[in-house]
Ligand binder design. Structure first.
Ligand code: PMP
Length: 407
């Protein structure tokens, strides 16, 4: 008999509604295979391969030495809030007051708290697909109903005004917009946002959670436009969420922020005061330095991402059966693999869906990508190019080899 007592764990109903993040699960699988000695070309990562810039690390070390190691205000240090306001002013020309800003342990936590503060049983949240994996589960965890709106290649995988109009009901509380998008890399132009704003003006009960975490990783020559700037009259209905994880290679520092209506920000602060109290004081000092100092890291890293994107797109476009969607921002490629479905593997298995394609690439050539079903739109797979160019080119050659072996 085992000495371990039987678990008395009884999950709350809430837990039954959600599952662990598929991208975190994919990362765990890759780690397992690597630990077992297999060489894996890992294109699943959702974080920059760059190290946090030295200047930012130094600011954190200086904060520790200066004794900035205590609780901070719930909505962040005054210096960080000032830095966030400056950054939003610089990138979008929007002036926010101090009371319209809050911070949290990553954009992820801020989004969760915003939904927790506003979503009730029976509320619908519109989520265009393909979507970042966490949105539907975050809505479900807060007892709302995610309403998925599939997009098409014709619109560049962006929500159209007609689709928005058709999806809104009197239960709709939020629309989640993510530009540049994960996994599509699609950027809504100012004109496209303006057309969505026309619809939103007819529906005053709908707010917009604008996830702009990748806004500065843009290949168009300027940061992705924000709905809050394009439609200033709707600004009080737009919650801009962003953070330092992606733009400044600071994923592990866990620092995100939001800007929006001061009553909503106050509600998020109340929840934060009862959950984490505040994000790490040291990360806040680092984030303030990131947002305030010279922006050379972004200027240097974006062309690197761009060159990798171009190499990956060229390689994939030459493979029969897959069609990459050329991303305007972020560091992902969403690859249509409809042409592979129905083909047979060398060991006579038929690829029936994008999960099969993903498993085949992993088994056959050791390339790890994430299946489109995780992002609500199939059959696709997502490639991250937040990894070195040699790994990317080797992986794409390996994908070509694997596809070539299909019948
Ligand atoms: N939004 C999107 C679209 C993301 O891809 C991510 C990170 N994967 C986040 C938000 C959250 O980032 P963080 O919590 O590190 O700020």
């Amino acid at each position: 008999m085992s000495d371990t007592p039987a678990s008395s764990f009884r999950p709350a109903a809430r837990l039954g509604r959600i599952k662990p993040s598929p991208s975190t699960a994919a990362a765990a699988r890759v780690r397992e295979l690597k630990a077992a000695g297999r060489r894996i070309l890992d294109l699943t990562v959702g974080e920059p391969d760059f190290d946090t810039p030295e200047r930012i690390k130094e600011a954190a070390i200086a904060a520790i030495r200066a004794g900035e190691t205590k609780y901070t205000p719930v909505n962040g240090t005054p210096r960080l809030r000032q830095a966030i306001r400056g950054s939003l002013q610089r990138t979008h020309g929007i002036e926010y007051s101090d009371a319209e800003i809050t911070v949290g342990g990553g954009g992820k936590q801020v989004i969760f708290l915003a939904l927790m503060a506003t979503v009730d049983v029976g509320d619908d949240v519109l989520i265009p697909a393909p979507y970042w994996v966490s949105y539907p589960d975050m809505v479900r965890a807060n007892e709302g109903t995610p309403v998925i709106v599939p997009t098409t290649a014709e619109s560049g995988y962006k929500l159209t005004p007609e689709q928005l109009e058709a999806a809104i009901t009197d239960r709709t509380t939020w629309l989640i917009l993510n530009s540049p998008g994960n996994p599509s890399g699609a950027i809504y132009t100012a004109e496209e946002l303006s057309a969505l704003a026309d619809v939103l003006r007819r529906h005053p009960g709908v707010s917009v959670l604008s996830d702009e975490i990748y806004s500065e990783i843009s290949f168009t020559g300027s940061p992705a436009p924000s709905l809050a700037a394009v439609a200033p009259d709707l600004r009080h209905r737009v919650l801009v969420v962003s953070g330092v994880s992606k733009s400044y290679a600071m994923t592990g520092w866990r620092l995100g922020y939001a800007a929006g209506d001061s009553a909503l920000i106050g509600a998020i602060n109340t929840l934060q005061s009862q959950t984490s109290s505040c994000p790490s004081s040291i990360s806040q000092a680092a984030a303030a330095a990131a947002l305030q100092g010279p922006q050379d890291f972004i200027a240097e890293s974006v062309p690197v991402y761009r060159a990798r994107r171009d190499a990956a797109v060229a390689g994939l476009a030459a493979i029969d059966g897959v069609t990459p969607l050329v991303p305007d921002g972020a560091f992902y490629l969403y690859v249509d693999c409809a042409g592979l479905i129905g083909r047979s593997t060398p060991d006579d298995r038929i690829l029936e869906n994008d999960q099969d394609v993903t498993l085949y690439l992993l088994d056959h050539v050791g390339v790890a990508v994430i299946q489109g079903s995780a992002y609500g739109q199939s059959p696709f797979f997502r490639i991250s190019f937040a990894t070195d160019i040699d790994t990317i080119t080797e992986a794409i050659d390996a994908i070509a080899e694997a596809v070539g072996a299909l019948r």
